[in-house]
Write a protein that binds this ligand. Structure first.
Ligand code: IMP
Length: 431
């Protein structure tokens, strides 16, 4: 297949970075199409850990072209830091290898301040955002007042728009949020060097992607966050501010509709979520703490401890439908080693009724009780497994149940942190 999207099927942090890194080997272009530096894709290459926030995972593959699509919001200062870090690790990204959409929006320091001040004001009702200004930047995009990446090439117009926005934002920060305003002078002083560093990356990425597809090149779309954090289909308002489902590939990445060949959904062998919001299968016992430690379940972007839960097949079926999933990549199976018995949620119960499919509305999800089936665990180290036959019988049974209950065929199984620690049953680019 020629065009493949990798999409999170839970609440983000499913281990998409590792899957994208693997598929990038066979792709010509790797495209991010939504979100910003609220994402953090962790890759372990030769024992070294890389965390990519805005730059696609293709960055670690020499010769691959990386695209930051129009659907993204970019913190230009954080992007410069990311590019510098990559350069320091011998992965420099010059404009021939990194194309940034002229239409992508910029996250400015006032967006970050608004995000944090609002969360503080909400207190116990807070969303639990990453605090990187993502929501306020998307708000400006929708309000048609945002600054776009192409504006960096027009210094005078950029300055005028920024000054206008700053005035309004500072009034809001001071008078409504009771927070410290942005120092206009010091922000203006940072704009010049930032502009000079980034303008050469401006590109018409939607056109670039469409041309690449027409020319028969392989394109990989790297989703961020997860289906349950999608602004429309997730657990609103405990969601991020972009569409994270596969359809965002068209609006945020510029792929012509009908040209997407496969969606590979990624799920962890258990579940996690960061921030507030309903989480039906959450484990509140010491087992949750143990899995958090063993799975290193602390936010890569924020360091926050993640909430831990059992695998939820209701959610898996919902994600399969919304994303039109072709296959499932299940990650971190090794973290479940030694857990006995294992549980899988196959349906929900609420008000005397059984729900096999996701009930509509967040309020409903808050009330459901998960119905579990139990399966026997295994104790053997599975990190060296490279085929299903290498796995203990109980691990295979667990995988079989996930496939039966979720309705999507298994394409990959992650058995450890390293690039090589994976069982590949089918690679969509080679199918
Ligand atoms: P925001 O995207 O920073 O506005 O945060 C909104 C919600 O999405 C919060 O619950 C965050 O914890 C969550 N979130 C955003 N990005 C990620 C991610 O990459 N992984 C997990 N959770 C995320």
């Amino acid at each position: 297949m020629q065009t493949v999207a990798v999409i999170g099927t839970q609440w983000g942090d499913e281990g998409k970075g590792k899957i994208v890194d693997l598929l990038a080997t066979d792709a010509d272009l790797v495209v991010r199409f939504q979100g910003g530096n609220n994402a953090a894709h962790t890759l372990v290459v030769d024992g070294e850990k890389f965390i990519l926030r805005m730059v696609p995972a293709g960055a670690l593959h020499p010769g691959k072209i990386c695209v930051i699509g129009n659907g993204m919001v970019i913190d230009p200062f954080a992007l410069i830091e990311e590019l510098e870090r990559l350069k320091a690790h011998s992965h420099p990204l010059t404009p021939d290898r990194l194309k940034i959409s002229c239409d992508a929006h910029l996250v400015m320091p006032y967006h970050r301040l608004i995000d944090r001040a609002r969360e503080a004001r909400l207190g116990a009702r807070k969303v639990g955002t990453t605090g990187f200004g993502i929501g306020p930047a998307y708000e400006d995009k929708m309000a048609r007042s945002g600054l776009r990446f192409a504006d960096l090439a027009k210094p005078a117009a950029f300055r005028t728009r920024l000054e206008y926005n700053l005035k309004e934002k500072n009034l809001y920060l001071k008078n409504v949020l009771k927070a410290k305003p942005v120092n206009a002078k010091s922000l203006m002083a940072q704009i010049g060097p930032m502009r000079r560093r980034l303008t050469s990356y401006i590109a018409d990425t939607a056109g670039f992607v469409a041309e690449a597809v027409a020319a028969g090149r392989r394109v990989l779309f790297e989703g961020a966050h997860g289906t349950m954090l999608d602004i429309d289909h997730g657990t609103y308002p405990f969601v991020t501010s972009s569409n994270c489902v596969a359809s965002a590939v068209f609006s945020g990445g510029g792929l012509p509709p009908g040209k997407l060949d496969a969606v590979l959904g990624v799920a962890k062998a258990y579940a996690t979520r960061v921030g507030g919001g309903p989480f039906p299968t959450e484990i509140k016992s010491a087992l949750g703490d143990r899995l958090r430690e063993e799975g290193d379940e602390f936010g890569s972007a924020t360091g926050r401890p993640r909430r831990i839960g059992w695998y939820d097949a209701v959610l898996a079926r919902y994600a399969a439908r919304l994303n039109g999933m072709w296959g499932l990549a299940l990650t971190k199976l090794d973290v479940l080693t030694g857990v006995n018995p294992l549980r899988i949620c196959y349906a929900y119960q609420a008000g005397g009724r059984r729900y096999d499919e996701m009930p509509p509305g967040r309020a409903a999800l808050e009330k459901v009780r998960p119905l579990y089936e139990e399966l026997p665990g295994w104790d053997q180290d599975i990190s060296g497994a490279r085929s299903l036959a290498d796995l203990p019988e109980n691990a295979r049974r667990y995988l079989d149940r996930i496939v039966e209950l979720g309705g999507t065929k298994l394409s990959m199984v992650g058995v450890g942190a390293g690039r090589e620690a994976i069982i590949v049953l089918e690679n969509p680019f080679l199918s």
